[in-house]
Design a protein around this ligand. Structure first.
Ligand code: C5P
Length: 202
């Protein structure tokens, strides 16, 4: 499985993170949540650093802060993610991760299209915005964060628009990606479907 790469893209709260984690554990692959890279850059720009500098200076320890989950950081992440110099600074790290021995799952917005167009398995995971907002709301509220369902829906829609509308590496399915709509699907069933797909390619 050296260099075996699974690319999982999709909008916020589509279920791609949960699916990625579960299939990585199932096959013993390493998992990289690439959204965390942009959130970590956002955490630094919110403290006054310049986006390109923050991206170039990023170290693995920067990804381990709990407050990177906050909606304000997510919004800032989608803003810095539209800056080409920020994206360029993060490419090598993601590609080396994808090439590691033992297989890798990367989830994000541009993994199948830009970062790993050669990935052996490409998925595009979606769900209706209302369903995604509900899931994200439950998750944030469950962590004790002070948010309303309306705010979360607005946040999700704003990020979708920004992520799909940017010129550099916009959110879109790779032409050869398998699409999975999790709107009316239990995530466990989506995990089983993806695991079967990977098993068929291994
Ligand atoms: O996946 P997550 O919601 O943590 O991503 C936060 C933001 O980072 C996204 O809204 C998107 O703008 C950006 N992102 C990106 N490319 C990726 C992963 C995330 O532009 N591969």
């Amino acid at each position: 499985t050296n260099g075996f790469t699974v690319a999982i893209d999709g909008p916020a709260a589509s279920g791609k993170g949960t699916i990625s984690k579960a299939v990585a554990a199932h096959f013993g692959f390493a998992h990289l949540d690439t959204g965390l890279l942009y959130r970590a850059v956002a955490g630094k720009t919110l403290q006054g650093q310049s986006p390109a500098e923050a991206a170039r200076a990023l170290v693995p320890g920067d990804l381990e802060h709990d407050d990177l989950r906050r909606p304000s950081v997510a919004q800032e992440a989608s803003r810095v993610a539209a800056i080409p110099e920020v994206r360029a600074a993060l490419v090598d790290f993601q590609r080396s991760f994808a090439a590691r021995a033992g297989g890798a799952v990367l989830d994000g917005r541009d993994i199948g299209t830009v970062i790993c167009p050669q990935a052996q398995v490409k998925l595009f995971v979606t769900a209706d915005a209302e369903v995604r907002a509900e899931r994200r709301y439950a998750e944030l509220a469950g962590k004790g964060m002070d948010v309303t369902p309306e705010e979360v829906l607005k946040d999700v829609l704003a990020r979708d628009a920004r992520d799909m509308g940017r010129a550099d590496a916009p959110l879109k399915p790779a032409t050869d990606a398998v699409r999975i709509d999790t709107s009316t699907m239990a995530i466990a069933d989506a995990v089983a479907e993806v695991a079967a797909l990977i098993q068929g390619v291994l």
